[in-house]
Design a protein. Structure first.
Length: 203
């Protein structure tokens, strides 16, 4: 998993609550087994009309937000079914940080496992960031995970909280397999001991 240390770029505002995983990446993309290319389907029904043409009023179809790295969203973002394609599509598009008042639990955990930083912030703070993101002149933001700060276009800094183990995982790029492999020596020692005591398990 790619490490998350710092991130800089345009922040896009999606002022909607209860955006579910089907809206993040619709069901027709779920047959994909590769993460590559899923960014095209991100927010498919918001971004495209029935003929597949871009809707010019949707934020990610406008400059400078086509290159958005950060998404400012409404409460309960990522609710609905537990599709891992949702964080995959965010990452493939280029978004590696989402800031919202709250997230669905399964989506939250899927994002951490895929290198996406989710920042929970009070509604008032999210509203202020959305107002800045709405203006192309002030939408640039920088995230420093180690310092736990968001630096705004005018140089102002906003602090955020994150649980220590999630922070450790993101900073070091550790997915579930890599975390398990950190205990490789202990796992090997246990298996050797178990094999000596219960050899029939290994036949």
């Amino acid at each position: 998993m790619k490490k998350f240390t710092t991130l800089s770029g345009p922040a896009a505002a999606l002022n909607m609550i209860n955006v579910d995983t089907d809206q993040i990446i619709p069901k027709q993309y779920l047959s994909a087994i590769s993460r590559a290319g899923l960014g095209k389907g991100l927010f498919n029904d918001f971004r495209y009309d029935m003929a597949g043409n871009e809707k010019p009023d949707f934020v990610l179809n406008r400059e400078p937000y086509r290159g958005a790295k950060i998404l400012i969203a409404g409460d309960n973002f990522g609710c609905g079914s537990s599709r891992e394609h949702a964080p995959w599509s965010l990452v493939d598009f280029g978004i590696r940080c989402v800031i919202a008042p709250g997230f669905a639990d399964i989506f939250f955990n899927n994002c951490v496992k895929n290198g996406v930083l989710l920042i929970v912030m009070a509604e008032a703070g999210v509203g202020e960031l959305m107002a800045r993101a709405d203006n192309p002149q002030s939408c640039e933001m920088s995230i420093d995970l180690e310092a736990q700060t968001i630096t705004l276009a005018d140089g102002a800094s906003v602090a955020f909280e994150i649980e220590s183990f999630r922070k450790h995982r993101l900073l070091n790029g550790l997915d579930d397999i890599e975390i398990t492999l950190q205990k490789k020596a202990e796992i090997g020692a246990f298996e050797a001991s178990q094999k000596a005591e219960l050899p029939w398990l290994y036949r």
